[in-house]
Design a protein around this ligand. Structure first.
Ligand code: DC
Length: 227
């Protein structure tokens, strides 16, 4: 397999969950006509298949085997991005709160991160890539032409997630969500392998008081400034 072409531009968008990262990344990719990497979906799908196959986080050889064989595909449909793992549509189960929690547990493991690194870099395809995750600017694409770190207070992120779940008719309490978000944040920020942290050259945008349209416009104008 040939190496990804480093002249292809990458926009890295990192940050904790509930900052609007995925929505912004999708809109910006659509606006630019670029590809998109939802790296969280990759970790979610990997963790889902590991659990389905009874591979525990401390089973290094089982995880290595899975990294070699797992086939994860992202399929763009009219209803949004579908995630398929080994030919099965896993979109709904990996997008759940439990799916996020599971992903965060497997994402702490250095051999899993290392094993999924090249798959992410191979997504760097012309005319460009918008990459969304936790370590896009620090580890996966340190040469990204623009690195944005979206942040927001934990209580606002929990409230946004709560509203989304209510719209989907999924039950749950705001309190439980606040607790889950705080736990996942701590796990993602405090791990030794590629912790969630803004790259030294990232622009940090606090979205607590901003709507999606405003953040989208800010990101587009930052892109224009870099061109
Ligand atoms: O972005 P998300 O909520 O779908 O990500 C789910 C989990 O996957 C997140 O809590 C941590 C992990 N993750 C990661 O460690 N590195 C990434 N680049 C993306 C996600």
């Amino acid at each position: 397999m040939s190496k990804p072409d480093q002249s292809i531009p990458v926009l890295a968008i990192d940050g904790p969950s509930g900052t609007g990262k995925g929505t912004i990344a999708g809109r910006v990719a659509g606006h630019l006509g670029w590809h998109m990497l939802d790296s969280g979906a990759l970790y979610r799908a990997f963790a889902h298949v590991a659990v389905e196959n009874d591979i525990s986080p401390d089973d290094a050889s089982g995880l290595q085997g899975l990294i070699r064989t797992i086939d994860i595909a992202f399929i763009q449909t009219d209803a949004g991005l579908k995630i398929s793992a080994d030919g099965t549509d896993v979109t709904d189960c990996v997008r759940s709160e439990a799916g996020g929690k599971r992903a965060s547990i497997f994402a702490k493991i250095p051999l899993v991160r290392k094993g999924l690194l090249e798959r992410q870099r191979r997504m760097r395809v012309a005319p460009g890539l918008v990459a969304d995750g936790r370590d896009m600017g620090t580890v996966v694409f340190p040469d990204a032409f623009l690195k944005i770190f979206l942040d927001a207070s934990a209580s606002i992120r929990a409230q946004r997630r709560y509203n989304q779940l209510q719209e989907k008719g999924v039950s749950g309490t705001l309190r439980a969500l606040e607790k889950e978000i705080a736990e996942r944040d701590a796990q993602d920020r405090n791990r030794s392998a590629s912790p969630l942290i803004p790259a030294s050259d990232a622009i940090v945008l606090d979205t607590s008081e901003k709507g999606i349209v405003e953040v989208f416009q800010e990101v587009v104008s930052l892109i224009e400034d870099r061109k």
